[in-house]
Design a protein. Structure first.
Length: 351
């Protein structure tokens, strides 16, 4: 069982590495094919390339070594990937005095904090709404809550953010419209980010609860005289919330890497804002670095979720063990064996 589990982890890690190589190659190729360059955009906007103020010959020399005009595109890509392996992505075009890895290190905690707070808020509201909607199926509460949640999910987070700013900052003047100066600046962006995931999670909890309520062990527990509250809390709710791991993990990663519009609108110094600025200015090192970092976050989170789901749900571990050991062999497949002896339908496995 342990060996099979390790083989599963190894396969997923290899797949993740190959996917990262493909993502980096596609991103680099698209940047090479796009018209214009960082220098062209800077000259069009301000009459200079933005590198003159760097004030350091070594920065200019590093640019020439890594991404100079005389360096072939394939060599530039290999230089970037070598730097990515050693966490040395070089300086940014737009901010020559800063390395790409330092910009990522400064911005990612801000984006991660927004994503964690938004996910926590979404879970705190979605779980009770989904549970009550399942318990009150086909009632006004069920249909009304699902309608409102569907409407919230249909709205992009930047439109929700505009509405929140107009109401709470423009009309009521109770919260700041933008900035990153204190806890009050967290409220509007976190709520704007949480509404979409809240709708998805609540509908998922409702569906999972309805499936669990129809299970035989729930019917048996009720038939044995179990109180409805105890049955729901100990049997239905616990088993219904386990699958949330598979949804919440990727959703958290998506929020960490999808705060671009929110950070830009609220002028939050996160990684999403850096990504937007890099894309608009064709800052190739910063754009490549943030793209690769976003991909790593998404893939690593999916891997962790798969592993946690296997640990939390024994049925997944058992299923993985059967798949890794080999096909199930029935007693009917064994010459001379009595199919009516030794269990339900056959021996567990001969692997």
């Amino acid at each position: 069982m342990i060996v099979g589990y390790l083989e599963f982890v190894a396969r997923r890690v290899v797949r993740m590495v190959l996917s990262l190589v493909v993502v980096s190659a596609l991103a680099f190729t698209l940047l090479q094919l796009a018209p214009g360059s960082f220098a062209d955009i800077q000259r069009a906007n301000s009459g200079s390339t933005g590198m003159a103020g760097a004030g350091a010959q070594e920065v200019a020399g590093e640019f020439a070594t890594r991404y100079g005009a005389e360096v072939p595109a394939w060599q530039q890509y290999l230089v970037f990937m070598k730097g990515a392996l050693t966490w040395d992505l070089g300086p940014s075009y737009k901010y020559p005095a800063q390395s790409v890895e330092s910009i990522i290190a400064q911005g990612f905690p801000v984006s991660a904090a927004l994503a964690l707070l938004a996910t926590t808020l979404a879970l705190a509201i979605a779980i009770p709404i989904g549970v009550f909607a399942a318990l009150k199926q086909r009632t006004l509460w069920d249909s009304g809550s699902m309608f409102v949640l569907t409407l919230g999910h249909a709205l992009p987070n930047y439109l929700t953010a505009v509405f929140l700013v107009l109401v709470f900052a423009g009309a009521w003047h109770v919260l700041p419209a933008a900035g990153w100066n204190g806890p009050e600046n967290l409220v509007l962006p976190v709520v704007a980010l949480a509404i979409g995931p809240l709708a998805v999670l609540a509908r998922y909890v409702r569906s999972s609860m309805l499936d669990t309520l129809g299970e035989e062990y729930v019917t048996a527990a009720t038939a044995k005289g179990g109180r409805p509250g105890v049955v729901i809390r100990k049997h239905v709710l616990r088993n219904s919330l386990i699958p949330l791991v598979t949804v919440t993990g990727p959703m958290l990663a998506a929020l960490m890497t999808g705060t671009v519009f929110i950070e830009t609108m609220f002028r939050i110094p996160g990684l999403g804002l850096s990504f937007t600025q890099a894309a608009s200015s064709r800052d190739m090192p910063l754009l490549m670095g943030t793209t690769l970092f976003f991909a790593i976050i998404l893939m690593a989170t999916n891997l962790v979720v798969d592993l946690l789901y296997g640990l939390l749900d024994p049925r997944v571990r058992a299923e993985s063990g059967r798949k890794l050991r080999g096909p199930r062999i029935s007693r009917r497949d064994i010459p001379g064996a009595d199919p009516d002896q030794g269990g339900r339908s056959g021996v567990p496995s001969l692997g």
